[in-house]
Design a protein around this ligand. Structure first.
Ligand code: GTP
Ligand code: MG
Length: 354
């Protein structure tokens, strides 16, 4: 899974990127794109690690993408952003980062502090990019339909759908609002529309505002989070022991970065299943609704091919029992077949034969 940090220039995207990825602060501004892998924090793994004392401890991971800021101000800024579009399109969610603090690095003519207006401008651009794709496709289809072809019926159907998307986008609605069936969604997948991606909004506020509720909530977003990217970067740079003391001082339980990662994970529709043993405790990501055999395939294709059954126990049941033996004795360990729908926090032991 990949999430893309998108927003106006100097809104704190790269600062948040470093906070989330744990990369060291940089003294020079980052040009262009950068990508890094992030471990998804999962306290359940700590419980399993205490139980199994494994040699290895492996979190699920997601990729984070940082791109240049978007602005209409100069042609070069616009070109830089457009260059990053293909990478943004390949992402599974967009995190829009907008600035709610005074920033001396922003030229005075642009230094309004208006996160809501900045967000609207950004979302309009995303809509516009999709509208561009749709319009081009409509022109092609209309041209194709003037000639008799074998695919006539299919093209007519697609044209109807594209016109519906066009209408939605022109009334400033994301394409998701115009897609009616799964079949349509699949047919449109190759266009990788930006307004089809789940959206999370981050309002980058001053440290003094970080604990307060967000100043506004975006209706198109799965979640709106207020945080101070600079503070988050500091927290990420601390030793674990100092980190807790710092968080206690701020009066928060978990860093905002952890909340952000979790929110993105949920927005994309991912859940984690867990595997455990003396060699390794590990979290794996799958889409919500995945079956046991699909989960097995994440671990290794052999496990899916030779799948017999999945020994399954819910994390909470294992934790309550204390260990696997006790969980079995309490009848909490089930044998599930190929089509079992995996739940978040299921601990799976795949029995297979190849
Ligand atoms: N006060 C304050 N300053 C911040 C915060 N986050 C970032 N900054 C400052 O804002 C400036 C821009 O931060 P970046 O993270 O580089 O912003 P960006 O969005 O990546 O900028 P571009 O890539 O140029 O679009 C830097 O001087 C940061 O130190 C914050 O939460 N509070
Ligand atoms: Mg940057």
């Amino acid at each position: 899974m990949r999430i893309a940090f998108v927003g106006p220039p100097q809104s704190g995207k790269s600062t948040l990127f470093r906070a989330v990825t744990g990369q060291p602060p940089s003294s020079h501004p980052v040009m262009g794109e950068q990508m890094a892998s992030v471990k998804v924090p999962d306290p359940r793994l700590d419980v399993l690690a205490a139980m199994y004392k494994p040699k290895k401890y492996t979190e699920a991971t997601i990729d984070v993408l940082d791109v240049p800021g978007f602005s209409h101000e100069t042609a070069s800024q616009q070109a830089e952003f457009r260059k990053a579009l293909p990478s943004i399109r390949q992402s599974d969610a967009i995190v829009a980062v907008v600035r709610a603090f005074e920033n001396p690095s922003v030229p005075p003519y642009r230094n309004r502090v208006d996160p809501k207006a900045d967000l609207d401008e950004l979302l309009s651009e995303l809509l516009f990019c999709d509208l561009d794709t749709v319009t081009t496709r409509i022109e092609r289809l209309e041209k194709a339909l003037t000639k008799p072809t074998k695919t006539h019926e299919q093209e007519k159907k697609e044209l109807e759908l594209m016109r519906r998307l066009q209408q939605a986008l022109e009334s400033e609605q994301p394409v998701t609002t115009a897609i009616e069936t799964d079949e349509e969604r699949k047919a449109l997948a190759s266009y990788a529309f930006l307004t089809e991606l789940p959206l999370v909004v981050v309002i980058n506020v001053n440290e003094s505002q970080a604990a307060a509720p967000p100043p506004f909530v975006c209706e198109h977003a799965r979640a709106t989070i207020a945080l101070c990217a600079e503070t988050e970067e500091q927290i990420a740079g601390l030793e674990p022991a100092d980190r807790q003391a710092f968080l206690d001082d701020l009066g928060v339980k978990v860093p905002a970065r952890d909340r952000l990662i979790q929110v993105c994970y949920d927005a994309v529709g991912l859940i984690s299943f867990l595997t455990c043993g003396e060699d390794e405790v590990r979290a794996w990501s799958v889409r919500k609704g995945s079956t046991a055999v699909e989960a097995a395939g994440k671990i290794h294709t052999d496990l899916a091919r030779g799948f017999i059954r999945a020994e399954t126990v819910a994390f909470e049941d294992l934790k309550a029992a204390g260990d696997m033996k006790a969980a079995k004795a309490a009848g909490k360990v089930r044998l599930e077949g190929k089509n079992y729908i995996v739940q978040d926090g299921d601990i799976l032991n795949i029995k297979f034969n190849v």
